[in-house]
Design a protein around this ligand. Sequence first.
Ligand SMILES: NC(=O)C1=CN([C@@H]2O[C@H](COP(=O)(O)OP(=O)(O)OC[C@H]3O[C@@H](n4cnc5c(N)ncnc54)[C@H](O)[C@@H]3O)[C@@H](O)[C@H]2O)C=CC1
Ligand SMILES: O=C(O)CCC(=O)C(=O)O
Length: 416
Amino acid sequence: MSGTESKDVLLSTQIVIEEALRKLGYGDEMVELLKEPIRLLTVRIPVRMDDGKTKVFHGYRAQHNDAVGPTKGGVRFHPDVNEAEVKALSIWMSLKCGIADLPYGGGKGGIICDPRKMSFRELERLSRGYVRAISQLVGPTKDIPAPDVMTNSQVMAWMMDEYSRIREFDSPGFITGKPIVLGGSQGRETATARGVAIMIDEAMRKKGIAIEDARVVIQGFGNAGSYLAKFMHEAGAKVIGISDVNGALYNEKGLDIEYLLDRRDSFGTVTNLFRETISNDELLTLDCDVLVPAAIENQITSDNADRIKAKIIVEAANGPTTLEATRIVTERGILLVPDVLASSGGVIVSYFEWVQNNQGYYWSEAEVDEKLRRMMIRGFNQVYEQHQTRKVDMRLAAYMVGVRKMAEASRLRGWV
Ligand SMILES: NC(=O)C1=CN([C@@H]2O[C@H](COP(=O)(O)OP(=O)(O)OC[C@H]3O[C@@H](n4cnc5c(N)ncnc54)[C@H](O)[C@@H]3O)[C@@H](O)[C@H]2O)C=CC1
Ligand SMILES: O=C(O)CCC(=O)C(=O)O
């Protein structure tokens, strides 16, 4: 996986998927099938804005592979959403579901928009319009959306309500990450961070670092990053750096996480309240034990990989490290827990939510957390063992574990 650096997330994903399939003994046809989503829907969503004018938004829903079962994955609201990104994100969802052994393939959606500049009612109309536009392609046994960047349980509630209206029956299993009173699962809101915390524990065990001694740096203070900061702080680690889109905060003695959690806004922004900030690039290269990118893609690159001082990188974000940077940090002996493993807590608890919706019987938070822990640790052990026995980096190992089930299911269905 060496060579010149690409920030094209789809291309990078395709390179590793191909490498994983070849190592597992699959040939050109399987590579051809799995390197792209089987379906991509592009939609235009007219939305009546508060000023009375209509604005047309562009959206996507990609379904990578449905040999194992319905596709599953979040919907992102962000100005930089694009086709290649949504496709890559859907492939990563397949890999997450494969590693966790969920009965799903991967899907992902996105709308090009900036929710920070939209009113509550405009966001509602956009969310409902998106569901109307994709309703033929999605559903509880077809493709099940969920939250991702700048979408939350309120957006899921509107989407569930719109789908239920279209189908003319209550359909909580259409979407996950809902508010608890609408059939959401205990623990889904915190699940991504909870899963990342479990991965940090496992990685620290391998590196012989105790939680009380750990200095943690987290990029991004939204759903994934802020709850992770809370869990790390509660577990006794020192969170010395956090950031958001505007900048970063650093305190070598540890930041006041409770204060920051209290003051952050619903988009995970908090650094604008402080005068003394550092840049996101400075944050990533701070002297620490654990570095968690929990924001967006392409943050750890060949520009900064050789300056990273962390002993462990745990990817809460999707695609935060380029392939070239993966090579550099691996060669430097940094243990990297890749996104398709580390950030799978969200989809695992989404699966629990869907199961609970289907059976109409709901579990306690302790039950959810225990089941999540077991599945995350099993995934970690499988990936780590593949990394050791096949002498491949952790990302390739994770892809090898993640791609197996869908390749086998595709073969057994007679597709290849
Ligand atoms: N929410 C979920 O259940 C899951 C999220 N993820 C991934 O975790 C990452 C974060 O997602 P969420 O926390 O849900 O999003 P969010 O929208 O709640 O928070 C994003 C955070 O990243 C910051 N940010 C945005 N652009 C940035 C930039 N250029 N530089 C530095 N910081 C920036 C924002 O200010 C905010 O603090 C994404 O990659 C997402 O795909 C992965 C699995 C599940
Ligand atoms: O909860 C889910 O179904 C998907 C979460 C997601 O979009 C992700 O893991 O990137």
